[in-house]
Design a protein around this ligand. Sequence first.
Ligand code: ATR
Length: 311
Amino acid sequence: MDDLFQNQIGAATRFCAVYGQPIRHSGSPAMHNPALAKLGLDWRYLAFEVSPDALGQAIDGARAMQFVGLNLTVPHKLLAVELVDALDESATTWGAVNTICFEAKGEGGDWTPLGQLAGPPAGEIRAKGHNTDAEAITLALREDLGLSLAGQRVLLLGAGGAGRVAALKLAAEGVAELHLANRTAAKAEALAKEIAERFPQTKATVGYPENTADKIDLLLNATSLGLKPDDALPLDESQFSLANAPAVFDMIYQPAVTPLLAKAADAGCRTANGLGMLLWQGAKALEIWTGQAAPVEVMRAALESHVYGNE
Ligand code: ATR
């Protein structure tokens, strides 16, 4: 009975939320609510269907209601860069916002996350945009595939929103060679140009490695191919053989084993799907809001059970 009472939403309960469209599939509430309980916080994590043209109003509403923070998913991450009051360096660097932390202005002009205040904020509140997606890529690659990226050769499939952040983050981590293969070559070309300007130590080229016998250290799929059962393979096997990649990471996590990952496992590659990225972007967002270490194992178990519970 005590536990039941403690779990009730009350007048002191604080809120965070994820905004997206569509949102009903999101694993974020399932991952965050057990983490909030584990941290002993009287907070709840909600999910709202928000259309792009209402995003500004929805952020304003959360600020007015003193939400602790927000996560943003498709299609809001680029739009939000223009809508928040301040940008963390992570959001400036990667050009996208997936996490908003609401902060209160102190008497000395300093800003404190609302989730780290002892009581209600007195003065001005601002929405500060962060990006935890990029860091999540390197954390997942390190944890799931044991990869540290400096000096490595990577073949990246896809140059859309997710592919662009992955490419830039890999370059920032000091990847030596980045081969960018994308259906629309112009996007890969623009990305290679951006990398040449911002991270010139990385050799970014468009297309598959020149010789089919060339070896790489990591193949990373950032296309959406593999989400649907009858999707084509994102990899053109006439241009690159999985035998030449010791590790394959697919950003897709549903299904758990995409056709690419199944083929890679058959070819003897180490493989991982994108669940670790979802986990780490959430864990890092929670740390921004709370100022505490996230209970990552609680979040991982909750996420796995939410996503794969019935498999
Ligand atoms: P996200 O935010 O998930 O990256 P996106 O920006 O729409 O979404 O990017 C989707 C990626 O999957 C792109 O690299 C896209 O290739 P294009 O840039 O040519 O559009 C890739 N993709 C989607 N459908 C594809 C298909 N049928 N064949 C090949 N690539 C595809």
